[in-house]
Design a protein around this ligand. Structure first.
Ligand SMILES: NC(=O)c1ccc[n+]([C@@H]2O[C@H](COP(=O)([O-])OP(=O)(O)OC[C@H]3O[C@@H](n4cnc5c(N)ncnc54)[C@H](OP(=O)(O)O)[C@@H]3O)[C@@H](O)[C@H]2O)c1
Length: 199
């Protein structure tokens, strides 16, 4: 299959690429990394890229930023970071992919554990992750041409513990390699409308 991976050079994306590379042709995309440059918050650019590439069977996203901070200091502008980047960026991928992926293709987005197991300072992440999980369930029942969509919802990743460890006391991290298996299930399996919890 030809698989486009947004965020393929990141912590999770690298492991997803390593899992899929032996069996598929990968196209790695980032804003400033990978084979092609595109910002998923820019829907016309995402459409243009998929058109330019053509013949894409699977679109995977392992990207998306949110603001972490206390609720007492949260502002609409800070919430907008996650809404624009992690949520609407990934929704944009679905909007573009529904017209441009090959028949029976798949889309795999990334949410995260905070939708169901919140931490202090994570209200924006919880909101966005919950929205992604709900969106894919609904999109799955409307997608045409046998297209599928799933989300992978991992707990904190071992390699990110140095960065996020203090926020995630008591959480058992998983390896990026294990999280990558859920992306493989989504791309290479037959299910749709699923949220794959990796924890
Ligand atoms: N790491 C964890 O513990 C963990 C746990 C649960 C969920 N998640 C979620 O998993 C996703 C990936 O996390 P990560 O830790 O692997 O992130 P990361 O290491 O920061 O990597 C993110 C990658 O995505 C690309 N990217 C970021 N924003 C983009 C955009 N708007 N358009 C296109 N590419 C973009 C970046 O490359 P460029 O800079 O070149 O664009 C980078 O390669 C995020 O949604 C995160 O919330 C992470």
């Amino acid at each position: 299959m030809r698989v486009v991976i947004f965020g393929a050079c990141g912590t999770i994306g690298k492991a997803v690429a390593a899992e899929l590379a032996p069996r598929h042709d990968l196209i790695r995309v980032g804003r400033s990394s990978g084979d092609y440059r595109a910002d998923m918050t820019d829907l016309p650019r995402v459409r243009a890229l998929l058109q330019e590439l053509g013949n894409v069977d699977a679109l995977v996203c392992a990207a998306g930023s949110v603001h972490f901070g206390p609720l007492a200091q949260m502002t609409p502008e800070l919430l907008e970071v996650g809404l624009k980047d992690k949520l609407m960026g990934q929704v944009n991928l679905v909007l573009a992919a529904q017209d441009l992926l090959n028949d029976n293709g798949s889309i795999t987005l990334t949410s995260g554990i905070l939708s169901r197991d919140p931490i202090r300072f994570g209200s924006s992440a919880s909101m966005v992750n919950g929205a992604i999980d709900s969106f894919i369930r609904a999109a799955a029942i409307e997608l045409p041409r046998g297209l599928r969509v799933n989300a992978v919802s991992p707990t904190v990743i071992e390699d990110s513990m140095e960065l996020y460890g203090t926020f995630f006391r008591g959480y058992e991290p998983v390896s990026a390699r294990r999280a990558a298996l859920a992306y493989s299930k989504s791309v290479e399996g037959a299910q749709t409308g699923q949220v794959y919890r990796v924890e």
